[in-house]
Ligand binder design. Structure first.
Ligand SMILES: C[S@@+](CC[C@H](N)C(=O)[O-])C[C@H]1O[C@@H](n2cnc3c(N)ncnc32)[C@H](O)[C@@H]1O
Length: 285
């Protein structure tokens, strides 16, 4: 059963230690930074309503069902592999074919505590258009799309390289009644440009696929012209490898970024003109 707040499950000590940073964010003169702060505050220390908790519990029921599935499927992996693997550009472009158990594939999904933070940020930022790189079986996408459904506006397009995994993500959204989420199957290098064009201006962009330094930077550059002026960009697994750490360091220094929040495993960029005062916030959770 999902606890009432992410606070109850994110390390309590770290969440408490982060309180002054969350307060700074909430008091920012940049309204989008303040909304991200509010989302983090709600996710970490807030009291979610019963209906919101029920919605998230359904997503966790779906995760549990997939974790208990014995079926295996064919997958094609266009990602970076494991953090110690050195896949070549060509291998990542062609994809690596294998067979995998659905239960193992599902384990790559964001844990509930992190997905709930995304959910609360989306609740507070009220994006109309969101794009996710890396659907997997649709768990983080469901947290994002359910927040948009609660907001009464917004739709999510999520991209997944493996057609069989994309099919399961589509099933996840339909099981959960999330008609505002759709999956596009295919390698990002083939699908992203059309999705960007169809989704512009993009208010919320979650990059949780292809954890390779150059790929992360490339997809960021490619997305820039399609982002709305004050878009929120979340990048997952920023400490997964030395390449990901380097990508995050580069991204938060980009001149198009007004402010950034380092949550340890995940980074959040708030696009736009720089605001006077502090622009880089660190609160490892
Ligand atoms: C970490 S999982 C995503 C987890 C998901 N966001 C969640 O939390 O529920 C990354 C997914 O991205 C997909 N992926 C990685 N690199 C890709 C690429 N270059 N093109 C298409 N899909 C890719 C993988 O197949 C995998 O399912």
């Amino acid at each position: 059963m999902l606890k009432n707040t992410a606070y109850a499950i994110v390390s309590g000590y770290r969440a408490i230690r982060s309180k002054p940073v969350v307060k700074e964010l909430c008091n920012s003169s940049n309204p989008v930074v303040a909304r991200v702060g509010k989302g983090l505050h709600e996710g970490l220390y807030g009291n979610a309503s019963q209906s919101a908790v029920a919605g998230l519990t359904q997503i966790e029921d779906r995760r549990r069902a997939l974790l208990n599935t014995r079926e295996t499927i064919k997958v094609i992996d266009y990602g970076a592999g494991s953090s110690y693997e050195q896949r070549t550009e060509e291998q990542m472009k062609q994809g690596v074919q294998k067979t995998a158990a659905i239960s193992n594939i599902c384990k790559a999904s964001k844990p509930a505590r992190w997905a709930a933070l995304l959910h609360h940020i989306v609740l507070c930022c009220e994006p109309k258009s969101a794009v996710e790189l890396g659907s997997c079986v649709g768990i983080s996408g469901s947290y994002i799309a359910s927040a948009m459904k609660n907001n009464g506006k917004g739709s999510l397009t999520t991209l997944e390289g493996s057609p069989e995994i994309a099919r399961i993500a589509t099933e996840t959204f339909s099981t959960l009644g999330l008609a505002n989420a759709k999956v596009v199957a295919g390698a990002f290098h083939s699908t992203l440009s059309n999705v960007l064009e169809a989704s512009k201006p993009i208010d919320f962009f979650f990059n949780d696929g292809h954890h390779d330094r150059d790929a992360v930077l490339r997809y960021f550059e490619q997305s820039l012209p399609y982002l709305s002026p004050n878009a929120v960009v979340a990048v997952d697994d920023i400490t997964w490898s030395s390449g990901m750490k380097s990508a995050w360091k580069t991204l938060r220094e980009r001149k198009q970024v007004a402010a950034s929040v380092d949550l340890g495993k995940m980074g959040i960029l708030i696009m736009g003109e720089p605001v006077p005062g502090k622009s880089q916030f660190d609160m490892p959770l």
